[in-house]
Structures are given as structure tokens and as C-alpha cells.
Design a protein around this ligand. Structure first.
Ligand SMILES: [Zn+2]
Length: 270
């Protein structure tokens, strides 16, 4: 499932290949994504230049000169840029056709979304209530400290909820807590200010490392074989239950809370 780093990397791929180009045509083969693609969208976008890309949480923002296409990749969505597009396959639901090639949206599970918004995208109802971005300078230990006071919920659950900070999904929550030396089940309100400082820094480092790793797959963005190819994060604890902690050698533990798997080192995380 694409998480914040994957969305960021896809956005950079779109920026590198299509920003500054005029969209000739939008071809919708399958409207039934998570919400139906508006039948008016191809006419709204025809001959409009793509001027910018951005990201808010896990939403990809494709900025045209007349509004923003808000894209969510859902469980399995992805874009590829194809200079010479082959005939569309079963899950290739949308083509954004530019003069120099095609941005093809593929989504086998169809939980993705493409919504049109005129005006500031941050005002869209889906985006307006999102928490602070992890790379926003205002996201720091102080922010996390204030956001956790009085909260009895486990710190990992609080991160996943997305209100204290957006984009920290299940994998990255486990990885960030490991880096910060904090046990996932600790009540959020019990974290000291220095531990909040460490956690905020660990979240940023974990996500930045993942984006950097994904950046190295950007060369595949234009490849015909790039469909569904999310990059593999090299995890320190996630998916490594029973294997030795890379720092102390103790076997990594796994538990399931609310049907989400959590991984941690019982010695390094307190
Ligand atoms: Zn350890």
C-alpha cells in the first residue's frame, strides 16, 4: 500500500516528466474508483497545462492552471509516464495524454480516487482536517509533546490516527518508534519532552530515508515495467519478528493491535 514516501516519490516522478506540459486529453476507461471519476473532468482538463505537483498527507496534488486534480492512490494505485504507451491493460483506468507521452494511472483494486477542486486545495473537505506535515518546520518535539498531553492511547495508535501528524502509516510508525527507542505500547501522555524530541526527529529521518530510497527507483517511473512497483523499504524492525535486532541482537517481537501488526525490540525500546 502506498504510504507518504511512495506518494511523494510518485509526485516527483510526475513533476519530472509532465509539469510544464499541456494536457491534450484525459481518457477514462473505468470511472468506478473509490468515488466515481466525474464525467465532466476530461472536458475541464482538455488543453490545460500542468503547472505544479504537490502532496498533502497521502494525497497527490496535480496543479493545473484552472484547478487541482486531487489523487489518492488507495491500496494499489500508481502512475507511470510512457513516452510510447502500449495498448492499455485491464487495470489501466485513466490516461493523462500529453503531447510528449502519457501519464497512465493503474489501480488493480480501485480504491484510489481522482477529484477535481477549484481554488486552494487545502480547503477541500478531504484535506482541511489533516494534521501537520512531518516535514513542516512546526512539527517538532514541542508539537508532539503538546499533542500527547493527557492521552492514554498507545503512542503508535496516536501516530496512526493522523491528527498529531499526517502520513505516518503502520510501517513507518514501527520504524520511527524503534529509531527513537520508544516502545509502541507506551501511553502517549507519558512521553517526556526529550523523548518527544527524539520521536519527532526519528519520524522525519525515517520518512526522509524512505523517500531517498524511493528516489532511486525514479528512473523506473518511465519504464513500462513500473506498474505497481513500489520500492522496498529496508526495515529495521517491521516484518522482522524473531530476527535479531540490528543494534543489540535481541529477537524482534511482533504483536497485533486492532488488526495492525507492530514490531519492536524489547531491549532497545522502553
Ligand atoms: Zn535491540
Amino acid at each position: 500500500m502506498p504510504e507518504l514516501p511512495e506518494v511523494e516519490v510518485v509526485g516527483r516522478g510526475v513533476r519530472a516528466t509532465a509539469v510544464g506540459h499541456r494536457l491534450r486529453e484525459m481518457v477514462v476507461r473505468e470511472r468506478r474508483l473509490r468515488w466515481p471519476v466525474s464525467p465532466e473532468l476530461p472536458a475541464v482538463l482538455r488543453d490545460r497545462p500542468l503547472v505544479a505537483t504537490g502532496r498533502r498527507g497521502k494525497y497527490l496534488l496535480l496543479g493545473f492552471d484552472n484547478g487541482t486534480l486531487i489523487v489518492h492512490l488507495g491500496m494499489s494505485g500508481n502512475f507511470r509516464f510512457l513516452a510510447e504507451p502500449p495498448v492499455a491493460a485491464a487495470h489501466d483506468h485513466v490516461d493523462l495524454v500529453f503531447e510528449h507521452g502519457v501519464l497512465r494511472y493503474t489501480d488493480p483494486r480501485r480504491f484510489g480516487a481522482m477529484l477535481w477542486h477549484e481554488g486552494a486545495p487545502e480547503a477541500h473537505p478531504l484535506l482541511a482536517g489533516l494534521g501537520i506535515e512531518p516535514f513542516d518546520p512546526a512539527f517538532d518535539g514541542d508539537h508532539l509533546y503538546r499533542a500527547t498531553r493527557g492521552r492514554k492511547v498507545a503512542i503508535k495508535q496516536l501516530l496512526l490516527a493522523g491528527r498529531a501528524v499526517v502520513g505516518v502509516g503502520n510501517i513507518y510508525a514501527s520504524e520511527s518508534l524503534y529509531r527513537a527507542g520508544i516502545r509502541p505500547g507506551v501511553a502517549a501522555g507519558r512521553l517526556s519532552r526529550p523523548r518527544c524530541d527524539r520521536l519527532a526527529a526519528a519520524i522525519r529521518e525515517t520518512l526522509a530515508d524512505a523517500i531517498a530510497q524511493g528516489g532511486s527507483t525514479l528512473r523506473d517511473f518511465g519504464g513500462a515495467d513500473g506498474a505497481g512497483g513500489y520500492f522496498q523499504l529496508s526495515c529495521r524492525v517491521y516484518g522482522r519478528d524473531g530476527e535479531p535486532c540490528r543494534s543489540c541482537g535481541e529477537p524482534v517481537r511482533r504483536a497485533v493491535h486492532q488488526s495492525r501488526a507492530t514490531y519492536w525490540c524489547p531491549r532497545c525500546q522502553r
